[in-house]
Design a protein around this ligand. Sequence first.
Ligand SMILES: Cc1ncc(COP(=O)(O)O)c(C=O)c1O
Length: 362
Amino acid sequence: MTAQATASAPELGGTARAVDLRSDTVTRPSPGMRRAMAEAVVGDDVYGEDPAVNALEAEVAALLGHEAGLFCPTGSMANMLGVRVLVPAGKELLCDSVAHVVRAELGGHAVLGQVSTRTWTTPRSRLDAELAMAMAVPDGGPYLVSTAAIAVENTHNFGGGTVQPIEELRALRELTAEVGVAVHLDGARLWNAHVATGVPLAEYGSLADTVSVCLSKGLGAPVGSVLVGSAARVAEARVWRKRYGGGMRQVGVLAAAGTYALAHHLDGLAADHARAQRLATAIGSANERWCDPAAVETNIVVLALPPGPVTAAQVASEASAAGVLVSVLGRSTARLVTHHDVDDAGVDRACEVLAGIAARAR
Ligand SMILES: Cc1ncc(COP(=O)(O)O)c(C=O)c1O
């Protein structure tokens, strides 16, 4: 069952709202964000004339130390465009076996980009640069698929919010540069990695040729991602964005939400991480076989249920009945994600409900 398939009505009876831990994408724009959106100065972005979009693209490119940025409606499109400009048709992209680009973009890179993929597997999807590079075939000639790029996800969603070690990212950059293989960084939650480690965003940016970042995850904007890269690559991505039907007009109303989120919500990610830690500690204390708090690095908590009669779907259903929503990622895997719209009181409630369920399953 997918995360989406577990969704149930977030409104409980009366005015009470469920504590929605299914994803950090469920946030709603705050009043300040809505004001910023309403007041945005806009223009036709296909003509390059939307000041709010231009400002956001320039801001994100500067934060990540790249020449140019491109506002995209979704992280999937930003990834698709980033990979598109790095990997010619018929060549390959290497990535982790549960990377969003291969697991959750519905084959888009193959269907639209004619990109071939091969994957590696590591514990918690933590990057091992040597292992990744051992798979690379920069020039396969007429015999093997040639590797054009490697994709890294930071933080790693299905890995459980894993922060990629900066030494491994540096090693990957060096090893790929030696053989002319490019790097795409899926940084949908790069903000969380930056806040968790203190590694500057520009340093992460310097270790990839293209980077996608999302404004609609932990930062709490309703929509929007930015792809950054060299001016030439971003110009090419802009052409492909239009070709894919992603040319947008007075879209500064959405970009303004992203600019507001960067100014007001980035620091709040540290609180999300602390709340995830609190959830993991409560659940792990109730049943240490369900969750290891030491494995929680950012805002994602994975519950890995041991073999037995209790399924993740049952946990989600029981929690939902008590007003706490979680995602089901497999028969025995559930996921909780903290975010801008879950406060301390919500986490207290979730700790009580989920620790209760975990204790009864001991
Ligand atoms: C790591 C990662 N990359 C990319 C995406 C895609 O973002 P979107 O849902 O905006 O297409 C997601 C979505 O959750 C994600 O977790």
